[in-house]
Unconditional design. Sequence first.
Length: 585
Amino acid sequence: MRALIDLPRGALVASALVVAFTVSACSPSGDVDNLPAPTADAASVPLTPRFSDDPQADGWESEHFSELVSKRLKQIGAAISGGDAVEAWIASDFVGGALRPDTLARAFESAPFVVERGAADDGASAQGPTGFAAQLSALREAFDTSSPIRAEFKLFDIQLGDDAVTTRAYVALTGTSADGPREEHVTWRATWSRAEPLQLRSLHLEDFERTTLAARDEPLFADCTESLVGRRLADDELLGHGLPHWYVRIPASLGQSPLGYHGLAVGDANGDGLDDVYVCQPGGIPNQLFVQNADGTVTESAASSGVDWMETTTSALFIDIDNDGDQDLVGATTPLMVLENDGIGRFEGRMLLPGPGIPTSLAAADYDSDGDLDVFVCYSSNESPIPYHDAENGSPNVLWRNDGDFAFEDVTTEVGLDENGTRFSFAAAWEDHDNDGDLDLYVANDYGRNNFYRNTDGRFEDIAPQAGVEDISAGMGVTFGDYDHDGWMDLYVSNMFSSAGNRIAYQRDFNPTASQSERSVFQRHARGNSLFRGSADGFEDISVESGVTMGRWAWCSLFVDINNDTYQDLLVANGNVTNEFPDDL
């Protein structure tokens, strides 16, 4: 079992590289003179592309207009940021409401934050191109124009009329004011001419929210990476490059993924009372362990600690497996690596736990109340989800029961966690949601509905439908917290907000043969994150009214009290591999 762990660092990677280069040597040399000549029949076949990037040619006129509107919105953003003129494409009969309400009500205040909100304005406070330009100027002047103003847009709704196009867009304006850093989040409803070139005919607010961060000597959050790890580590070949750098240097067979989802673990690796950070890396890149020093700096110690393996690692856990007072390490590799801590930060491989594929995340808890930590492993799949909106052809998840002395047993079927357990699982969280003294389990799944397993004396039952938390969507993260201080744990699920999905799934031509219930599932897929308020009766979906759905492409989230006011706030990690695309919201 330990032979894999005890291989010299990089041995697996080197072997795979030899295979990759051997295979490539058998490929065509690239000498075009040696290619066979086309036959007469082949030459007569028209070379037409299989895919088109012209939505209008594909019959999606709504997406054609969304491209045109998006360009106009960017022009408006440039006008807000730098004062570029837009009057040339504002309709002569333009009518618009105020772009910032005259009256704002203070909705929240807790140092250092102040949140103000205003009502929608459907009036006609601006008319014609000159009136719209004046509104933009007023919007800009509320910020400190000597500092950059960033304007971002998400066009999430478009409806085609006979002579006009109606759109709705999320708008985020970020800059500084006399009171401190400021953000304004708005929903714009606009109408545009159906004829091209596109002209703006009306623009009104649906809602408005302003957040101001009180002026401070220091920012609320500061990037201290360099001061902790040093300039050399910040710029080295492991931390100084993004995923695109590695795609062209490491074969995909070693675990490079276009998604690039890899987590980290925080724990006291060497028993000095300070938290350390273990960073999981894609295949072919060694994992890293940053051990915290007494002065707050860190030292990269993966090699000396024996944890710098280069197998694909999607997540890890620092947990005390053997109850000896130090934190051991579990790595989400294929198979799982379980390593024992000698108490001073040196790890030795104890066993490998097999699985059906590459795990996506780990969650540990004492589910059977026997005094030691058990490990639940989420698995996704490389297969295509079938059907896309409610797939059950993923890899099965696994629960490993800890029987002491680094002995684990797969009890997934025995305890009932195989029920609905072959979905595309990305994350799980343990919590005693019903306050009965044992830990229940929520599993967030991509491509469909989630699982919520109620624990009854160590046996599990999936009660997600009854509890109202199936949350059919692109589940990628989950966090529990009592945000409203009522004694019942609430649930927040990270999904994928898709502006394109919101536009397209509501079009008449989208999946026209599907039933309305099936279409509603696709529409729900694009909505974004979900907040469920817990109570003695179960959960209530309050996502929309709480304003927490638009978390962008959300991978994970966390309830945490940012400003120490005893109320738990939400942090959402989001994004994807988009390279340089600075104006995307």
